[in-house]
Structures are given as structure tokens and as C-alpha cells.
Ligand binder design. Structure first.
Ligand code: OAD
Length: 247
């Protein structure tokens, strides 16, 4: 199965990749739902990652994201992130789309990342929407220098629209690819969850890389590679490009 997928990648002109929290799991970043362990066991992500939750308790929401931001700062990209950065240089038309907000793809060397859900390292004003170039990363919710409003993480919250340009790029890549890799995502949150099926409808090969195939769709153009993405992706790149061209 891995050899078949490697062959398809090698001969593909256009490849789209959609990643989720599972790609960062081996970097020690809890997957989205696991984040609700320990200190946060009493809250649902939907209570924290929403405008309503932020209005109701800005300090709590700010602290939750600050905890995640500090954890991300200590994390390192893993071999899966690095394999995708290598693949970007080996495939003629390659689009990396991520639901993750941890910035680890860019830190692994991926040069063009479509961040569907924003980036936890950036903050913007809850009132005027300006992105803050710098901010005091303290326990207290910092204020916007332009209007005095509260700053919030520049990530997509439940009920909010995705950045239109990022979503358009992602949908175009899915519609035009020969192969789509759906990696480390439970594929439940729209509109990201539909991207592999946009590709499948156009005849692309869909490859799901996950620890489990539970809840994942099946079909004659769908391949499941089960296991940690940090192990599977380097093997896939080595099989597809045994002697990568000297760059
Ligand atoms: P989830 O936590 O829903 O799913 C993580 C997926 O990764 C699961 O399918 C796991 O089986 C899989 N997984 C875990 N470890 C893995 C590993 N080492 N290798 C491969 N797969 C692994 O996270 P997402 O699917 O990314 O949205 O969640 C999607 C969105 O839901 C998030 O972006 C967030 C959340 O609501 C927003 O915040 C808007």
C-alpha cells in the first residue's frame, strides 16, 4: 500500500495535503480534544474557543491560549513536519493546508502554508480586528495599542468564518490535485473536512494517514496508511524519491 501511494506521489503533478492536530502529536502538542485534560478538564473547547466564551471570561480564554502558546514555543517540529517540507520541494505543484494553529510546519521549513484556522502565535484586537505586531504576553489580557480593545488569539473560533483567501486556496488545491493526503485529522470540522472529498469527486487518489481508520471514509480511490505520521511520512518520501534531485 505504501509503495502504491509512493508511486502515485512520484508521478503526481499536483498534490494537496490537509493536516490536523495528529501531525503535531509527536511534537508533544496534545491533539485538539486531548487539550482538555488536567487543568482544563472542566471546560469544553467550545466554551473557550468562541467569541461568547471570550466575552464571558476573557481572562480564562486568554490563559488557555497562553498555556497552549507557551507549550508550542517549547515544541519542535517532528519528522512528519520535516517530510512534508521536503515533499514541497519535490512535487511540482504542492499545497500544504493545515487546520493546526501551532506554526510547526513553517518552523520545519515549509515555505507556503495555508493556515485555515489561523496561528496561535499571532494576536489581534477583539474590537478593531487589527493584528498586533507585538504584545505583552502576560497573564492579564493585553490591550490593543490602536483602540484599547482586548487582544485575542488570531485563530478561528467556533462559529467564526475561516480566512476567505486561505479557504479559497485550499478548495482550489483540492479541486485540482491528483493526490490528496489527509493526515492526522478526525475530519469532522467543516469546511476543512470536505476538502478530501472535493478532490475525490475530481478523481484524485485520497490517502488517509492516521493512527486509526475509525470514522474515516472508505472507497476504491481511498487508501489508509495507519500509524504515526512522524513515521509514515518519512518512509513515504524515501519510497517516492529514493534519490532526491540535488537542490
Ligand atoms: P482532532 O483532535 O479532532 O483529531 C486528531 C486526529 O489525529 C485523530 O483522528 C487521531 O486519531 C489522529 N492522530 C493522533 N496522533 C496521531 C499521529 N501521531 N499520527 C497520525 N494521526 C494521529 O484534531 P483535528 O482533526 O485537527 O478547529 O481537529 C480539527 C479541528 O477541530 C481543529 O483545527 C479545531 C477543532 O475544533 C478549530 O479550532 C476551529
Amino acid at each position: 500500500m505504501l509503495a502504491e501511494v509512493a508511486g502515485a506521489l512520484r508521478s503526481a503533478g499536483q498534490v494537496a495535503v490537509l493536516t490536523g492536530a495528529g501531525v503535531s502529536a509527536e511534537s508533544g502538542i496534545p491533539t485538539f480534544r486531548d487539550t482538555m485534560t488536567g487543568l482544563w478538564a472542566d471546560y469544553r473547547p467550545e466554551d473557550l474557543a468562541t467569541p461568547r466564551g471570550f466575552r464571558r471570561n476573557p481572562d480564562l480564554v486568554w490563559s488557555w491560549y497562553r498555556m497552549r502558546r507557551l507549550a508550542v514555543a517549547d515544541a519542535r517540529p517532528n519528522a512528519g513536519h520535516q517530510a512534508l517540507a521536503a515533499m514541497e520541494r519535490l512535487v511540482p505543484g504542492f499545497t500544504l493546508i493545515t487546520q493546526n494553529v501551532d506554526g510547526l510546519h513553517a518552523r520545519a521549513g515549509s515555505r507556503d502554508v495555508v493556515e485555515l484556522h489561523g496561528n496561535i502565535g499571532r494576536v489581534k484586537c477583539f474590537a478593531c480586528n487589527r493584528v498586533a505586531e507585538t504584545f505583552e504576553d502576560t497573564d492579564a489580557v493585553p490591550r490593543c495599542r490602536a483602540c484599547g480593545g482586548m487582544l485575542r488569539p488570531d485563530v478561528v473560533w467556533f462559529g467564526e468564518l475561516l480566512p476567505p483567501r486561505a479557504l479559497e486556496r485550499a478548495q482550489q488545491a483540492a479541486a485540482g490535485c491528483d493526490v490528496v493526503l489527509s493526515i492526522g485529522t478526525s475530519n469532522v470540522v467543516e469546511p476543512a473536512a470536505s476538502l478530501p472529498w472535493i478532490a475525490a469527486r475530481r478523481g484524485a487518489l485520497v490517502v488517509v494517514i492516521n493512527m486509526t481508520d475509525e470514522g474515516q471514509q472508505t472507497g476504491d480511490r481511498i487508501r489508509h496508511l495507519m500509524g504515526p505520521s512522524g513515521e509514515i511520512l518519512p518512509r513515504l518520501v524515501a519510497a517516492a524519491w529514493p534519490e532526491p534531485p540535488s537542490v
